[in-house]
Design a protein around this ligand. Structure first.
Ligand code: HEM
Length: 533
């Protein structure tokens, strides 16, 4: 037997000489219960699946590296952060990336109209950093309390298991903060042609902390080296008729042939603070930060150059979370971010198990020394102190001790009443959606109008009228066009009173800001930022 032809064994290491036949009394049976190799094989098979992700179940992953430029525009990156992954140039931090759709289950078509997940795990010298983002730069809601309702509304009907547009529009028409996001999603930007040709965004606002303990609010953006390419509904239907996994195949094949996809990481920064001078709240993830005031500055680039050896072990068991930050990074008070930070590690413990961080795909490349022990599927004991008997701290008996503290560090001062209250500087959810509508190219706008009006035809008049009311207040043309195409009575829609729980459009708002970037301006603009590689 050659080296390659290794003999089969059981998981107990016993040679398996017959992998074809059950052990039976005579050739026709019955089978016997002590049939250990069969029982082991079939019961393991029965457990081959773990729960799929409650959202972002359909995804694909790849390995690669991130290299920082070491500066932020003309300034050294250390001005803004002490995170070495950002400040040290010339070092390639290994990464694992998982791209995904959001709503569909594990085998669902990748042509779905849906945001795309863009989750990056950086195995830095200082431990892991996860940047769990999407492609589109904003989100449907800005308060974590609403997330489970939002997901229920977007998923299939619990009675029929069918996808019903009315569920989506029922939720969004009662949550006007989502108007900006749905204007993106219902345009061709809701169906990226492939993962290699799409932008990425951290969406939520984080903080960077420098060596002096000063803090900056930061938003992250990935800009692909390839030009951005999106599909029309008709193009997507054509792709889907032939292949429900075209984006997974595209990424895998590109990496196999050495055509490595890459993205430049750019950031928008502002000093930490409430910024009352801004018309939007920098913690509101349904708004973008205007680029004329907060330019997207390159800080490094990422290349994906290796496919997983095993989809399950790597891509499926990969566990990303917004709580996973390195020194020099921190959370902002963004209410979505804080809710997410609890949710991710909670779902990992449920979906993968309490020891998910011991799996090679999730484990830090920096040394791990904890006193956390046991639990299902413990594979090893974290490196302990000199004395392995001491699995607690404090101790003078040779156990682990605390890491040194920084002399000067960032300490946010927080003062206020404990309330349940929405952000107040978000009054004009309509303007952002209108600005986005006007920024689209004609063909993109046409697609958007056709997608929403087709959907509204299958919604109840109550929902369709309210949607027209909203869209008209975003932009008169937007609402008028949708009403005409969806067969909704515009005059009747305009007579609706404002929603009870939302202040509605700001009557005194300024006209569309000329500085609002058109999405087309980010098409393929990554050169010359990304070096050839
Ligand atoms: C409060 C709001 C949110 C909550 C509670 C939430 C919760 C979750 C949960 C439970 C998962 C499944 C994770 C797993 O099983 O491993 C998930 C996946 C994901 N979420 Fe969120 N999410 C929220 C908002 C967002 C936003 C705003 C973004 C984009 C910036 C986002 C991006 C992702 C991505 C990319 C994944 C897939 C990660 C992977 O590939 O494993 N989520 N989310």
């Amino acid at each position: 037997m050659s080296e390659e032809q290794r003999p089969l064994t059981t998981r107990q290491g016993h040679p398996l000489s017959d992998n074809q036949n059950l052990r039976t009394v005579g050739e026709r049976g019955p089978a016997t219960l002590e049939n250990y190799p069969f029982i082991e094989k079939i019961t393991h098979f029965d457990r081959e699946r773990i729960p799929e992700r409650v959202v972002h179940a359909r995804g694909t992953g790849a390995h690669g590296y991130f290299e920082a430029y070491g500066n932020v525009g003309d300034e050294p990156a250390t001005t803004y952060t002490r995170a070495k992954v950002i400040t040290e140039s010339g070092y390639r931090t290994p990464v694992f990336v998982r791209f995904s759709t959001v709503v569909g289950s594990k085998g669902s078509p990748e042509t779905a109209r849906d945001p795309r997940g863009f989750a990056v795990k950086f195995y830095t010298k200082d431990g892991n950093w996860d940047l769990v983002g999407n492609n589109l730069p904003v989100f449907f809601i800005r308060d974590a309390m609403k997330f489970p309702d939002m997901v229920h509304a977007f998923k299939p009907d619990p009675v029929t298991n069918a996808e019903e547009p009315w569920r989506f529009y029922d939720f969004v028409s009662n949550s006007p903060e989502s108007l900006h996001m749905i204007t993106w999603v219902k345009s061709p930007w809701g169906i990226p042609a492939s993962y290699r040709e799409m932008i990425g965004s951290g969406v939520n606002t984080y903080k960077w902390i420098n060596d002096q303990g000063a803090a900056f609010l930061v938003k992250y953006h990935w800009v692909p080296k390839l030009p951005v390419r999106n599909l029309t509904a008709a193009q997507a239907a054509e792709v889907q008729a032939k292949d429900v996994g075209h984006a997974t195949r595209d990424l895998y094949d590109a990496i196999e042939r050495g055509d490595f996809p890459s993205w430049e990481l750019r950031v928008q920064l502002m000093p930490d603070g409430e910024h009352p001078e801004l018309s939007f709240d920098p913690l509101d993830d349904t708004k973008t930060w205007p680029e004329d005031q907060f330019p997207k500055v390159p800080v490094g680039y990422m290349v994906l150059n290796r496919n997983p050896e095993n989809v399950f072990a790597e891509t499926e068991q990969a566990a990303f979370g917004t709580g996973v930050l390195v020194d020099g990074m921190d959370f902002s008070d963004d209410k979505m971010l804080l809710g997410r930070t609890l949710s991710y590690s909670d779902t990992h413990r449920h979906r993968v198990g309490p020891n998910y961080l011991q799996l090679p795909i999730n484990t830090s490349h920096a040394p791990v020394h904890t006193n956390q022990r046991d639990g299902a599927m413990t594979a090893f004991v974290d490196a302990s102190g000199k004395n392995p008997h001491v699995n607690y701290e404090p101790s003078v008996m040779g156990g682990l001790s605390e890491a040194p503290k920084r002399e000067r560090d960032y300490a946010e001062t927080v003062q206020g009443s404990l309330v349940r209250q929405p952000l107040s500087r978000t009054i004009d959810d309509y303007k952002a959606a209108g600005d986005r509508y006007r920024s689209f190219e004609a063909w993109e706008r046409e697609e958007l109008l056709s997608n929403i009006s087709n959907d509204l035809r299958s919604c109840s008049p109550e929902i369709a009228l309210r949607m027209v009311w909203h869209l008209y207040h975003c932009d008169e043309d937007y609402g008028t066009q949708i009403a005409r195409r969806a067969g909704v009575d515009l005059q009747k829609a305009l007579k609706l009173p404002p929603l009870r729980h939302h202040p509605g459009p700001n009557k005194n708002r300024e006209p569309a800001a000329p500085g609002i970037p058109s999405p087309t301006t980010i098409r393929g603009t990554v050169e010359p930022g990304v070096p050839a590689h």
